[in-house]
Design a protein around this ligand. Structure first.
Ligand SMILES: Cc1cc2nc3c(=O)[nH]c(=O)nc-3n(C[C@H](O)[C@H](O)[C@H](O)COP(=O)(O)OP(=O)(O)OC[C@H]3O[C@@H](n4cnc5c(N)ncnc54)[C@H](O)[C@@H]3O)c2cc1C
Length: 415
């Protein structure tokens, strides 16, 4: 089949890989000149298969007053005159119950475990891929006893779902990652997950693009899909007034999906949550972590990517602007300096802001639509790199009409 994928981020490219391996003639249309030019460019580099619990959790409502009033808060809400924003927020707050959070965690763990298997298979199958991949393990550190207790409760729940995780004292955290020695007085303890990976998402996308071109996948760069219109087979995508020929269209357009879907009567509850990253150039003598670190209370992640350290975090709910906010970047830098002073003194090679394409419950939308030839692979929020390969496999299963993955219906549009 001729399949047109809209979007050359990590989701579009992973989909292209699995679909081309399944024998389809794949074309990728992307509005930028290069792949991974939007959210897949500078993310946190975490392949955090066991850390998929959604932002919409039972602790959110009680944290809101603190989050909304502190200038350096990791989460910020900028109200807009936008029905889309308010409706999304209402649905998000409705999902902030233990029941919803556990259900979402259960679904996402199944998808992330599948993604890990497929990512490891991909790395074995494509030896030319070089993207600073490391089996780093992950340590999530907590700053107070109450947060540590909640994390241990989650650990017990996730143990029943197959996660291998260990609760550690603050000293044991420093034992696992000596770069935490300076920050030791800030810590109450941590949860260590040995099976987590880190990698550079943009380099992954660039490598995958090369593999795909080699396999004969066509790339239409600098091509904006202006819209979707009804056709005898369902819909067709058009650019500059001309139809882009395809039997099936897959939207993998990240935060840009809702604007393409609305005019054809489909509501996908995706709203952008803006985040930031800094990339530090490490010196040979820098004391910087090798293990992937999450500072849970501050919602900041740290991943070593070769000789660089990626520091990412912050969740701003306030529209589609990609304008970097110097105050938010300074907050991120001071968080890094507090936990890893040597890193704080290192040169910054990149400052970046991106939009997480987030659904209220934190589950992506993967699968068919009411148009028989239109498919979605969107809404991966803070987990697109982690979930990319499994999401692509579910999409491909759907297109093949196969019932191979029992997960397939779990992420369909109505869920
Ligand atoms: C600060 C931050 C840190 C993060 N950290 C992590 C992490 O550590 N681990 C993790 O797993 N995830 C992380 N994420 C989330 C992850 O980066 C995203 O979920 C993922 O990149 C989404 O990929 P995507 O392909 O859906 O979107 P994108 O990468 O945005 O790709 C969509 C593409 O579609 C193109 N497009 C859109 N509309 C059109 C159109 N009309 N015509 C043509 N092209 C179009 C865009 O130009 C874009 O290139 C983070 C995100 C942020 C912001």
């Amino acid at each position: 089949m001729r399949i047109l994928i809209v979007g050359a981020g990590v989701i579009g490219l992973s989909s292209a890989y699995i679909l081309s391996r399944a024998g389809h003639a794949v074309t990728v249309a992307e509005r930028h000149a290069d792949v991974a030019s939007e959210t897949s460019f500078g993310n946190g580099g975490q392949l955090s298969y066991s850390y998929v619990a959604p932002l919409a959790g039972p602790g959110v409502v009680s944290s809101l007053p603190r989050w909304l009033t502190r200038r350096d808060s990791p989460v910020r809400f900028r109200p807009k005159l936008s029905v889309e924003q308010w409706r999304w927020c209402f649905e998000f707050l409705s999902a902030c119950t233990r029941e919803h959070s556990e259900l979402t965690t259960r679904k996402l763990l199944s998808l992330s475990f599948l993604s890990r298997t497929l990512m490891h298979e991909l790395i074995a199958a494509e030896p030319t891929l070089d993207f600073d991949f490391a089996r780093s393990g992950k340590l999530v550190v907590h700053r107070d006893a109450q947060a540590m207790q909640s994390a241990m409760n989650l650990l017990e729940f996730q143990r029943t779902l197959g996660c291998e995780q260990h609760a550690l004292s603050a000293d044991a955290c420093v034992g696992i990652e000596p770069a935490l020695a300076h920050g030791r007085p800030l810590l109450a303890g941590g949860i260590y997950t040995p099976g987590e990976d880190t990698a550079d998402c943009r380099r992954f996308c660039k490598g995958l693009e090369a593999v795909l071109r080699e396999r004969g996948v066509r790339f239409l760069m600098n091509t904006t899909v202006d819209g979707l219109r009804r056709s005898p087979h369902g819909v067709e995508a058009f650019s500059g007034g001309a139809a882009l020929p395809a039997d099936h269209v897959v939207l993998a357009s990240g935060a840009g999906a809702t604007r393409l879907l609305k005019p054809i009567g489909i509501r996908a509850a995706i709203y952008p949550i803006k985040g930031y990253s800094l990339t530090f150039e490490l010196q040979a003598q820098s004391t910087a972590p090798h293990v992937s670190i999450t500072d849970s209370g501050r919602k900041v992640v740290y991943a070593r990517l070769g000789e660089r350290l990626r520091v990412a975090g912050i969740a701003d709910i306030g529209g589609y602007s990609l304008e970097p906010d110097s105050v938010r970047l300074a907050t991120l830098r001071s968080e890094a300096a507090m936990l890893f002073p040597d890193v704080g003194r290192s040169a910054v090679r990149g400052e970046w802001a991106g939009l997480r394409p987030a659904t209220p419950r934190g589950t992506p939308i993967i699968g068919p639509t009411r148009y028989p030839n239109l498919w979605l692979n969107v809404g991966h929020g803070a987990l697109g790199f982690t979930l990319a390969m499994g999401s692509a496999a579910l999409l491909a299963d759907g297109l093949a009409g196969s019932s191979g993955h029992e997960l397939r219906s779990t992420f369909a549009l109505s869920h």
